[in-house]
Write a protein that binds this ligand. Structure first.
Ligand code: HEM
Length: 248
């Protein structure tokens, strides 16, 4: 194949309406030129990170709209937008696996070029770590009526599967999907640089385990545990084995 010819075609010439609207010329110039890659896997490495940044930008922007909906109790709209965020989260997790097609040896070549850069410097990730606090404040002021209603009522004693319950579950889903991303990312690190390695900032990668335990909305997880304990208080914490119908 004529490599140069196809590489030129990949760039396009930026003149067609599709290219103008989507700014493809700029977009496709956001990666290094082919001759500057340290190895062919570097293109994949850059693209996966760049695409993930774009999904995080879309998520953060959607969370701003979700917050507006929560404050005005437009719950159905909020739920549709939450679905969009959850799909982005699922895609972010799935897309990490692409990098497992890169050998540890090839990654070490790329790693030489990263300075002391770290995903903790990602603008998308940093904003996503902050936004949940604001979402929780909006949820509690509107759906928990500033403290007049409790999660216990919504989930248990006055359970009616209402909009407050649905929005709370959407927040829990966000929390869970975030953990799934962090877990998949940890697996990717183990696969690429190993379990006992240090990050480019010289820190053991094990410190990322703290993030694996972080919950944005601990109350939403606690309410389930309390329900289960109440249930256990009534029906027993340790129960008898079921009778098999064959032995009856
Ligand atoms: C071969 C692939 C990858 C390796 C070896 C890797 C490695 C690492 C390491 C060692 C850290 C800890 C850095 C520190 O101590 O500051 C880290 C953090 C992080 N990386 Fe990656 N990473 C990879 C791919 C990705 C990709 C594709 C993303 C996409 C967004 C990403 C996002 C992040 C984020 C958000 C953090 C901060 C995590 C947290 O604070 O919980 N990484 N990565």
């Amino acid at each position: 194949m004529d490599r140069q010819h196809y590489q030129d075609m990949m760039r396009g010439n930026g003149q067609l309406d599709y290219e103008i609207y989507l700014k493809t010329e700029k977009l496709l110039a956001c990666q290094k030129e082919p001759e500057d890659f340290c190895n062919p896997d570097e293109l994949q490495f850059m693209i996966v990170h760049q695409v993930e940044e774009l999904w995080m930008k879309l998520m953060a922007s959607t969370l701003l709209d979700i917050d507006d909906c929560l404050l005005t109790r437009r719950s159905l709209k909020a739920l549709t937008l939450f679905r969009r965020v959850h799909i982005c989260q699922e895609m972010m997790t799935q897309q990490l696996v692409l990098l497992e097609t890169m050998s540890p040896k090839d990654y070490q070549g790329i790693r030489l070029l990263l300075g002391n850069g770290s995903g903790q410097e990602s603008p998308g990730f940093r904003v996503l770590l902050k936004m949940p606090q604001d979402l929780w404040a909006s949820f509690t002021s509107v759906y928990l009526e500033g403290g007049a209603r409790s999660l216990e009522q919504i989930y248990d004693s006055e359970y009616s599967h209402d909009d407050a319950y649905m929005v709370a579950e959407a927040l829990a889903e966000f929390d869970e999907q975030f953990q799934k991303f962090r877990n998949a990312h940890m697996q990717l690190i183990y696969r690429s640089i190993g379990v006992a390695a240090n990050s480019l900032k010289g820190r053991p990668v094990e410190i990322l385990n703290e993030g694996l335990r972080q919950k944005f909305f601990p109350d939403l997880w606690q309410v389930r545990a309390e329900m289960t304990d109440r249930w256990g208080g009534t029906y027993g914490r340790k129960r008898d084995k079921l009778e098999s119908p064959d032995n009856a």
